[in-house]
Unconditional design. Structure first.
Lengths: 355, 355
DNA sequence: GTTAGCACTCAAAGGTTGTGAGTGCTAAAA
DNA sequence: TTTTAGCACTCACAACCTTTGAGTGCTAAC
């Protein structure tokens, strides 16, 4: 594979740029007329022909203009230095919106999804912050009916989990509360394994309840990403490439069947670094149903607290510059929120806290 | 408006039935051939003409067959006595799935949505159970960083709410825990207003924290329905009426902008009775964007605990019989779950509980 | 009241043609 | 050697026309 000349790079970039705007194949003439390169259409044609041979461009049919391939897009995105910063006024406005929502943790992801969809004019995907390894912050047992007990677990990162279990015999609420307090005191700030290895000096009931706690925490640990929030799906459907409903359905199926997204997010969280933005073009070969789409993804959060992902899904022909900076901005904002509000790496027993 | 003759009723029903299957206008000839009514096409035509005059049928264009109007559908649904029961095998299978999930309250709605979408081959909408008037079950305050405090509220119906607030000065976790215990003991099982009117004999800090509780409970009370879960949106897009993407977008916008749905659910919860299924055809004039759709809705839950809604959104041309019984079945199932697992109308102080 | 017969309507499907944007190739110009 | 003008060729797309057939309403006979 040969290196591209500077002129070829420029032409490839322009073709991609123009295609993103026009949504239709780009011909040599249009290119010459719109951007005053000092070249004739014929020359441009030769270069385009070369780029087609190299797999950067593609012709939908013999007598049509050129369209970037995945490879072409990838080159384009890699060269995109000059990202369009989110304007200061927008940044201020968005920060303010989050400030007003700062109390409602569950709303963060929803708000972020809504804003990002609006900014990028595409579909946004956000996962709620989720701790890498859950630490127990608090546990409570509440009797509901008969032998049924509602367990409420507060984990690091502010994650709440609840579950209903049946005891073998009814127990007074008072006793349940005491056990909750006892387990909280004893295991506060501990990881799952540490709790699991310290189930000693307990009576039968305490042991059973502690077992529930461990079980639920293991469940939390086994999930790599938190709940997924979407917004702006209609934005994507508005794009001309989805005039065919079949394609639209494919896209939606990806969003509905969350398994693929979970995989994707898991990978991002495990490998990625917060703050850096990655761009997956056309499913990168691996995800068949995403062939026509691109995803701009970033990890957010703070080490030792919790991580999540923020991303945008749109047609491959997407305003990458704007989207990338929007995602980066949102990622930063959410990271700040998480570290400013949810810090609780180790819960120090209250009497030792230095205020 | 005249009463319809029995024969007219039969024809209207058959036309509707046939249109639901074929998705295209129904002519007199097809009708006669398919269902052996002892009539000639000409006679049927006369009756159809009459039904058209009365507004039950409609002709897309002069030389086409007939299609039911909203009024026609309404008649059809009203007459639908013989609902197709969900087969016993499916009922068993579904009950079993819920049994396996009985511990995870948050999963109920998601599972229900998934099953209902599958059963009805349309989009399902479920709201999580939400108490009419929140009763306090438990409150906990957890210090996170600096003056930030995470408040976790457990309300009746198993609803969890969390929020982060700032104190004017940092407080030891121990003191926060004590206040949590104190407020829980004092106000357990109380409605919002009762708590609000009993904020006496407290020091400044206790009062501030109790204020947060009241505030958050008022927020919960002001919401009539819980979180909305969807599934099977792609099912709806597969229907032929959405070959035009524009129409598909309209449908999705309804689902994304939850305000309209919230209104709808609120109405259902406030007016409806659990167990009865209502069918909204073509948005019933009130909801412009739903003109082409129908919604089959039912309230579920148990009085004094919590209510939610379960529904299906599909094209107006929908298999009403199957859908109605699927919705009814699911509504019953969820009602049972709520009352069997979440009963806690009044939390009786533990020492008085009769075990 | 019911039906056969008939003229009429009109959307949808299929066929034909023209248009124009775009190409690749070749030979001349730079 | 690189660039460009010129030209023949291709092919999707839109516009137009025609055919087809399902379906109608009306009238007159049963």
């Amino acid at each position: 594979m040969e290196e591209l000349t500077e002129r070829q790079k420029v032409i490839l970039t322009l073709v991609t740029h123009e295609h993103i705007n026009s949504a239709s194949p780009v011909g040599s003439k249009v290119l010459v007329e719109k951007f005053n390169i000092g070249l004739s259409p014929a020359t441009v044609r030769n270069e385009m022909s070369f780029l087609t041979d190299q797999g950067y461009l593609r012709q939908p049919h013999t007598s049509a203009g050129r369209v970037p391939t995945e490879k072409g897009y990838r080159f384009f995105v890699g060269r995109l230095v000059r990202e369009r910063e989110v304007p200061l006024s927008s940044r201020r406005r968005i920060s303010h919106q989050f400030f007003q929502m700062r109390n409602e943790v569950e709303q963060w992801a929803r708000l972020a999804a809504s804003i990002l969809a609006d900014q990028s004019k595409a579909a946004s995907l956000i996962t709620a912050p989720h701790p890498e390894h859950a630490l127990l912050k608090h546990v409570e047992f509440i009797s509901t009916v008969g032998r049924q007990v509602l367990m409420v677990l507060v984990l690091s990162g502010g994650e709440l989990r609840q579950r209903i279990q049946s005891l073998s015999e009814p127990i007074y609420q008072e006793r349940l509360s005491n056990i909750g307090t006892f387990l909280t005191k004893r295991f506060q700030g501990n990881e799952t394994w540490r709790i699991k290895n310290n189930l000693i000096d307990m009576d039968e009931l305490e042991l059973e309840l502690a077992g529930w706690v461990v079980d639920e925490m293991e469940r939390a640990d086994s999930m790599i990403s938190g709940e997924i929030f979407f917004d702006g799906i209609t934005n994507v459907l508005a794009e001309p490439e989805f005039n065919d409903t079949e394609d639209a359905r494919k896209a939606l199926r990806v969003l509905e069947e969350r398994t693929m997204l979970h995989d994707l997010f898991a990978k991002t969280i495990m490998n990625g670094e917060e703050g850096t933005v990655q761009v997956l073009i056309g499913g990168e070969g691996a995800w068949e149903d995403l062939r026509q789409y691109s995803i701009v993804l970033s990890k957010y959060g703070a080490p030792g607290i919790a991580f999540g992902t923020v991303g945008v899904l749109g047609p491959m022909r997407m305003a990458y510059g704007k989207t990338i900076s929007a995602v980066r901005f949102m990622s930063g904002l959410l990271s700040d929120l998480v570290s400013q509000s949810l810090y609780d790496d180790k819960i120090i027993p209250s009497s030792e806290v230095d205020l």
